[in-house]
Design a protein around this ligand. Structure first.
Ligand SMILES: *[C@@H]1O[C@H](CO)[C@@H](O)[C@H](O)[C@H]1NC(C)=O
Ligand SMILES: *[C@@H]1O[C@H](CO)[C@@H](O)[C@H](O)[C@H]1NC(C)=O
Ligand SMILES: *[C@@H]1O[C@H](CO)[C@@H](O)[C@H](O)[C@H]1NC(C)=O
Length: 626
């Protein structure tokens, strides 16, 4: 890991190379120097400033076209698919249950393969990869290269002129290059109360860094080095009721830390033996699953064990039963989420239920090293964490239609879950999986066991390692990324690096159901947002078809997560209790809901509020809960 000495040595080499190549002097020990506007705030959307042609050393790999005005290079051709690429898993869609959803391609080239993704409240997605995979397909604006602290002895690699992060307009497909100075490989993130993305850790020079990006057309990453006491590579970040963030684990980091304020440094981490106990020869406890419970305590799941953790006292309160069958965290990479918190008809806190589906055998990574791909786990398990007297928490298990590792699990605005991406064999790691599963599966938590899963329309694109997905305000799902190679490789590999971006329209958006689709009147949304425990009224209308009664209407609020490696950190959906409902005139309705009562239910921040009529959500609106 990055001990001060080798890091300093690498910088010293860069310094030598720079001064000998006659480049302008950089303060090597302060790669976080302030940036000027001309630095890289060039907005790729307006196209008014045509960049100069790329210099010789920046020339794209063979087969790629010259840079365009936006700094995007053409996707190299990839040749015929390999035998492994043709070996996919596709389930027959369950048409008996109604519409099956639909896939479209939003962009052929996002420039950067979306290993990490989050949706900002300004209508853009932030995507980023890692500088470890080298060149992306998007150049940084002119004269705006990054010093590569790992380019020891390679003069050409001293400056890294490729973007590793982009802002992606999911409606137009337009891109803006963003600049990250340090390596974000396998990092973590969450939104703060103002809707800024606060992103933590990564690899090498990036492992102790905290980075922040605000939602605006010219915003870029601001980085705070040496924030953490220990490196956070494959850690999980969770927002706490008081608005602070807690970060758990990471490779060889059996501890947790609070994210310090910008410019502050943690001098010590808090040891957590649970993280040491749950590691094994394949480190199957990375990216632990963390959820904030209504009690204010945290649920932590690592490998096959889970606990309730009191972060204020730094103490484990109880341990839940072990989940048998294999491992569930990276590299065994199962899917997990807190099921929707239903605030209707509850006195006190709703029961928190966590779900963990798929994953891999404990040996999958070791076998993967020998090019042997074990079947992914097929079981889906949930546990009620309410500590009700006389009840013992138990895992309740059932099988998914297909085994899945490295899948994504998103909570849709309706409260159903979408399971997508991933593979039926192998585990996380470069080249460690086979049989991409192309079929998303809908999971309806409120249905009876045995009838909860439904196979939907399949994609045509394999997305296994390093792929992501996200719920958008229009209730569709953005699906991006996927790179099982050590670089951006498009030929000579089984699965070319994926830069295409798709959108999945879930069944509820099919034309047959358009008559139910509610439309929130934006002017009716209180500008002051939602205050804890107060009533919140908005108005909506539906197309003039059938009448809508209170029983047809659900109001949900969704916390936008940060997604990477198949886990959506801080994802949560609340179903609010309707306090009043009235038809005003001509299929226009006013609905009053009770805001969540406390930040333990919904930490301060920007949420997407959806009105759902007869199972069909309308366009969500961003509302601040405070
Ligand atoms: C809540 O309670 C009311 C009155 O008992 C009932 O009509 C309604 O169906 C309940 N709603 C939910 C979502 O359980
Ligand atoms: C992988 O191959 C090596 C060398 O053949 C062998 O020693 C090892 O046991 C194998 N590992 C597994 C998990 O099969
Ligand atoms: C992937 O691309 C990198 C960088 O161009 C190259 O060094 C490497 O050999 C490629 N790998 C394969 C398997 O083609």
């Amino acid at each position: 890991m990055a001990h001060p000495l080798p890091l300093a040595a690498a910088f010293a080499v860069s310094l030598l190379l720079l001064s000998s190549s006659g480049e302008a002097f950089f303060d090597i020990f302060n790669i976080f120097r302030p940036r000027s506007d001309s630095d890289y705030f060039q907005n790729a959307f307006d196209g008014s400033r045509e960049p100069l042609p790329p210099t010789q050393t920046e020339h794209e790999e063979r087969g790629a076209a010259p840079a365009t005005a936006t700094g995007l290079t053409r996707v190299p051709s990839s040749g015929p698919p390999s035998k492994a690429a043709a070996d996919t898993v596709e389930l027959a869609a369950d048409k008996g249950g109604g519409p099956i959803g639909e896939w479209t391609i939003v962009s052929e080239n996002s420039g950067v393969s979306a290993m990490h993704m989050a949706i900002m409240r300004d209508g853009r997605a932030i995507m980023f990869d890692t500088s470890t995979t080298g060149r992306s397909l998007m150049r940084l604006p002119q004269d705006n290269c990054r010093i590569d602290p790992r380019a020891k002895g390679k003069q050409e690699g001293t400056m890294d002129c490729w973007a590793h992060s982009v802002e992606f307009d999911y409606n137009s497909g337009c891109l803006r290059a963003l600049k990250i100075l340090t390596d974000t490989w396998c990092s973590s993130g969450a939104f703060d109360a103002d809707g800024n993305l606060v992103q933590t850790g990564g690899y090498f020079e990036g492992e102790k860094v905290v980075r922040v990006i605000a939602p605006c057309d010219t915003c870029d990453w601001l980085e705070h080095p040496n924030s953490f006491a220990e490196g956070r590579w494959y850690a999980t970040q969770q927002v706490l009721p008081d608005g602070r963030f807690i970060v758990f684990g990471g490779r060889r980091a059996f501890s947790y830390e609070l994210v310090p304020l910008p410019g502050r440094t943690n001098d010590k981490a808090n040891y957590l033996p649970f993280l040491r106990e749950t590691t094994d020869d394949a480190e199957n406890n990375l990216y632990p699953f963390v959820n904030l419970l209504p009690s204010g305590n945290l649920f932590l799941f690592a490998n096959d064990r889970s606990v309730i953790f009191d972060h204020k006292a730094g103490k484990i309160l109880r341990e839940l039963p072990r989940l048998p069958g294999g491992s569930r965290n990276y590299p065994a990479s199962a899917m997990s989420a807190l099921l929707p918190l239903d605030l209707r008809n509850v006195t006190g806190d709703p029961d928190p239920v966590v779900i963990v589906c798929g994953g891999a055998l404990k040996t999958a990574f070791r076998f993967g090293e020998n090019n042997t791909f074990q079947p992914a786990l097929r079981d889906c398990n949930r546990i009620n964490l309410a500590n009700n007297p006389g009840e013992v928490a138990q895992w309740e298990s059932e099988d998914m239609p297909v085994g899945r590792v490295m899948g994504d699990m998103l909570i849709l605005p309706t409260g159903d879950l979408l399971l997508l991406n991933g593979a039926a064999k192998g585990c996380s790691g470069w080249g460690f999986a086979r049989q991409p599963v192309l079929t998303p599966v809908l999971y309806s938590p409120r249905k009876e066991k045995g009838s909860r899963f439904r196979a939907l329309a399949s994609s045509t694109i394999a997305r296994m390692y390093h792929s992501t997905s996200a719920v958008l305000p229009d209730a569709t799902v953005l699906v991006a990324g996927g790179n099982t190679n050590t670089a951006y490789n498009f030929s000579g590999v089984d699965f070319p690096t994926e830069v295409r971006v798709e959108r999945f329209c879930p069944p509820y958006l099919s034309k047959e159901l358009a008559g139910n689709r509610p439309e929130i009147d934006p002017a009716s949304v209180p500008a002051d947002g939602m205050r804890y425990g107060s009533p919140f009224t908005l108005r909506f209308h539906v197309p003039p078809s059938e009448a809508v009664g209170q029983g047809d209407v659900k109001v949900t609020v969704y916390a936008p997560p940060f997604t990477t490696h198949g886990y959506s950190m801080n994802q949560r959906l609340l179903i609010l209790s309707v306090a009043a409902f009235a038809e005003e005139d001509g299929r226009r309705y006013a609905v009053t809901v009770d805001a969540p009562g406390k930040p333990e239910l919904a930490p301060r921040g920007y949420y997407l509020v959806f009105v759902v009529v007869k199972g069909v959500p309308g366009l969500g609106v961003w509302v601040r809960i405070h």
